[in-house]
Design a protein around this ligand. Structure first.
Ligand code: BES
Ligand code: MN
Ligand code: ZN
Length: 495
């Protein structure tokens, strides 16, 4: 899909479908919708009335213009209540109409100009571009039938307006393409997307940019004492990798470290999952995908903040070399860990990754992980959980998520959760009882951040949707790419 800004009058612009947003219950059509209705001899108002169109958010009504207008069709897009309208709702509406055009196999979609007294034109263009690109995403790599391509024109009244829109359009496109890239990585099957393949993606992402990438294989991990990652990946023929990435702009305001859980498949290990629990466990590298996609977008967005990333990529397999309940392993910072459950592997690999990042002395550490079923049970597929050692950092992440259209809900991190992770024979154990499971997992990871302000985002609820509990126009079935929008918004605000 391409999104462009085009200077054109919607009344004379030629396209397959011209989209116009309307608010709920206006009584009668206003503005451009009224002008279009007039050109159609009142047919638009009559059709909307007869079809009981309610302008509910994301509802789309398409009417053929039968040669009465240069646009072959008009799409009336519901924007919901005028008073409840937000940038996020604009993003959802753009996603809905782009998807409607795609479903009808229409190729040229034009979005009529939209102004809002509280919003910058660039923010409007960014939300529309983002929505359209996110809304038409489909993973068709392994199918003969590909999805229909839609080209979108954001109509502008004049050159000056077009210039203002263009900056937002570009940003929205970069962000949405980063999200879709993360989705592709998550949807890629686990026999293809192995730890080594993920490392290859990082190398490819850096090619031709000033991103630096380093990949540590089993020998490097052993030499540098990242034994926990080795233990988790021990049973798989697809050996572990630690993928280190560095975005270093000229005069950075601060250094932010990102860690991603990259379990390319989670069988649970010796504490084997049930078939139902294992079915979608290719999603267990969604944190890694979000971090990698974010890093890949940074050279295009150029925030003035240094970002270092550590992506721990392993397969949690079963076999005679697998770690067992009762094993004790030592993390890179010297902390010993009693493994009480081999299915709590995400926090194990993040122990080494976060401790490694902390040793570099960044200003903040943020980790993203599909860490616990407990977070999923608590929230359903509607939000991620966030917690950490620094309330300011947690609050800023929640704010960035809200602006970017991703929900992050704060969970408490009481001292008691950390206490529950005490081991009889080592410094800490990796699993305790299920109660407060998301917080206990987080408390474990927090041990390895040392004194560096740290936050953890448990994206298990939202990383992968099976559609049973519903998706949204911007969240498809399968990998969602959750976290990319929040991270890019957050980093932009810290640079
Ligand atoms: N990858 C899972 C968590 C998960 C569950 C992600 C569902 C996405 C959807 C993780 O490695 C895991 O198995 N966690 C255990 C931890 C427990 C053994 C302490 C869990 O949540 O049951
Ligand atoms: Mn697990
Ligand atoms: Zn896992």
């Amino acid at each position: 899909m391409t999104v462009r800004v085009t200077v054109a009058d919607p009344m004379v612009h030629r396209c397959d479908v011209l989209a116009v947003g309307v608010f709920a219950a206006p009584g009668r059509l206003e503005g451009l919708a009224a002008k279009l209705d007039q050109a159609l001899g009142g047919a638009l108002a009559r059709a909307l009335h007869d079809e009981k169109f309610t302008a509910e958010l994301g509802k789309v009504f398409v009417l053929h213009t039968l040669g009465k207008l240069p646009a072959a069709r008009v799409a009336i897009v519901g924007l919901g209540d005028r008073d409840a309208f937000t940038i996020d709702r604009l993003r959802l509406a753009a996603a809905s109409v782009a998807r409607a055009a795609q479903d009808r196999r229409l190729s040229r979609l034009a979005l009529a100009p939209l102004q809002h007294r509280d919003w910058e034109p660039a923010a409007i263009a960014a939300a529309r571009a983002e929505g359209a690109i996110l809304g038409t995403y489909a993973f068709t790599k392994y199918r003969k039938e590909k999805s229909h391509g839609v080209d979108v024109d954001l109509l502008a009244a004049n050159r000056a307006e077009a210039t203002a829109l263009e900056a937002g359009r570009r940003r929205g496109q970069v962000v949405a393409e980063a999200v879709n890239y993360a989705r592709d990585l998550v949807n890629e099957p686990p026999n293809v997307l192995t730890p080594d393949a993920l490392a290859g993606e990082a190398r490819r992402a850096a090619r031709g940019t000033k991103l630096k990438v380093q990949v540590w294989g089993p020998q490097d991990l052993k030499k540098r004492g990242l034994e926990v990652i080795l233990a988790v990946g021990g049973a798989s023929a697809h050996t572990p990798r630690l993928i280190l990435m560095d975005y270093a702009p000229a005069r950075p305001r601060r250094t932010i470290a990102l860690a991603g859980k990259g379990v390319t498949f989670d069988t649970g290990g010796v504490d084997l999952k049930t078939p139902e629990g294992m079915a979608t466990m290719k999603e267990d590298m969604s944190g890694a995908a979000a971090v990698l996609a974010t890093m890949r977008a940074l050279p295009l967005l150029q925030p003035a903040v240094r970002v270092t990333a550590a992506i721990a990529a392993v397969e949690n397999a079963v076999g005679s070399r697998a770690m067992r309940p009762g094993d004790v392993v030592t993390a890179v910072n010297g902390t010993t860990i009693e493994i009480t459950n081999t299915d709590a592997e995400g926090r194990l690999i993040l122990a080494d990754a976060v401790a490694h990042l902390a040793a570099g002395g960044p200003d903040e550490i943020i980790d993203l992980a599909t860490l616990t079923g407990a977070a999923s049970v608590a929230l359903g597929p509607y939000a991620a959980a966030v917690m950490g050692s620094d309330q300011g950092l947690v609050d800023r992440l929640i704010g960035a998520g809200a602006r970017a259209g991703e929900r992050l809900v704060p969970f408490p991190l009481y001292e008691e959760y950390r206490r529950a992770m005490r081991s009889d024979i080592a410094d800490i154990k990796n699993a305790a009882s299920r109660h407060g499971g998301a917080q206990k997992g987080a408390a474990f990871i927090g041990e390895f951040a040392g004194k560096v302000p740290w936050a953890h985002v448990d994206i298990a609820p939202v990383a992968f949707l099976d559609g049973e509990e519903g998706t949204s126009p911007v969240l498809p079935r399968g990998g969602t790419g959750f976290g990319v929008r929040t991270l890019l918004e957050y980093l932009a605000g810290r640079g």
